[in-house]
Design a protein around this ligand. Structure first.
Ligand SMILES: O=c1[nH]c(=O)c2[nH]c(=O)[nH]c2[nH]1
Length: 286
């Protein structure tokens, strides 16, 4: 029996970068949270502390800031590709790089004034490895609600089942979605905007008998609208809204007064994929 090192990686997580683009009086703003994880020939440091192959995580952080100055910061997918390729190409012992970016949007209030948009976070993850390069875009925290057009019934009942059948309920979720691009170049901004719109219209346009059905419709909507996207993965928390019993006050409640539940919540997860999509080069999930 031998004890050996299993899969491992290391990097600098959550480097917060704000880049101001000064074009005369009118400034632009990019606000990112960048995480880098490298893998490769790293046995020595784990076995003996020989760091001859360990590019410091501090250097990774510095690279993020230096690249922001030297190359600017375009779309998050573009910046992640630039960084991931840099680490793999410049360090022979590094065979894999994963660069994950969260991008926070700011709305313009004036030439150099901005208001942070709080409705969702855009994400981009680039994986460079011997198997290939993969770009995954996504969105987290996109909260959507239908105040009707949702039912849930016909489910199995056992002795622990108390849930009433619902023929008219609120359906609400905070969308966590990632989508894998078939290629390595796209109009990333248009692709993200289109995918976001497709997720929303899939949610809005589906008369739902389960959040699972809505998940499938949202993924299908993205793949129908965006041919550059090969696969969509979704994690949809079911943000339950419970009808308040107003009968103690001699009041009726015709689906008008709800308690917004916090936890526990149902969590519906799934992948929607083109059957002819190219295979993923790296394992990915949320
Ligand atoms: O859309 C739903 N899917 C479920 O699987 C489920 N389970 C549950 O209790 N409520 C719901 N709603």
């Amino acid at each position: 029996m031998a004890i050996v090192l299993g899969p491992n990686r290391y990097g600098k997580a959550e480097t917060r970068l704000v880049r101001v683009f000064r074009n005369g009086d009118t400034h632009g703003l990019v606000d990112l949270n960048v995480s880098v994880a490298l893998s490769g020939d790293l046995e020595a440091t784990h076995a003996t502390g020989d760091n001859s192959g360990v590019l410091p995580t501090d250097t990774m952080k510095n690279t993020v800031y230096a690249f922001a100055k030297e190359h600017g910061v375009g779309e998050p997918e573009e910046f992640a590709l630039l960084l991931a390729r840099h680490f793999v190409e410049s360090q022979p012992q590094v065979h894999g790089a994963k660069v994950s970016i969260e991008s926070y949007a700011w709305d313009r209030l004036g030439p150099h004034s901005f208001s942070k948009r709080g409705d969702y976070t855009r994400t981009a993850v680039v994986n460079v490895s011997d198997a290939g390069t993969q770009v995954v875009s996504g969105v987290i925290g996109l909260t959507l609600l239908n105040s009707t057009a949702s039912e849930f019934h016909g489910f199995p009942r056992d002795k622990y089942t108390t849930l009433p059948e619902a023929t008219d309920r609120i359906l609400a979720t905070a969308v966590d979605a990632r989508w894998r691009h078939a290629g390595l170049s796209a109009d990333w901004a248009a692709s993200f905007g289109g995918a976001l719109d497709a997720l929303k219209s899939g949610f809005v346009g589906t008369y739902s008998y389960s959040l699972q059905q809505t998940l499938m419709a949202m993924g299908t909507s993205v793949l129908t609208e965006r041919e550059e996207i090969a696969e969509v993965r979704l994690a949809l928390p079911n943000k339950h809204h419970y009808l308040v019993d107003l009968s103690p006050f001699d009041l009726t409640n015709e689906n008008e007064v709800f308690i917004a539940g916090d936890r526990p919540y149902g969590l519906i997860e799934g992948s929607v994929v083109r059957d002819d999509a190219p295979a993923a080069t790296t394992e990915w999930w949320l």
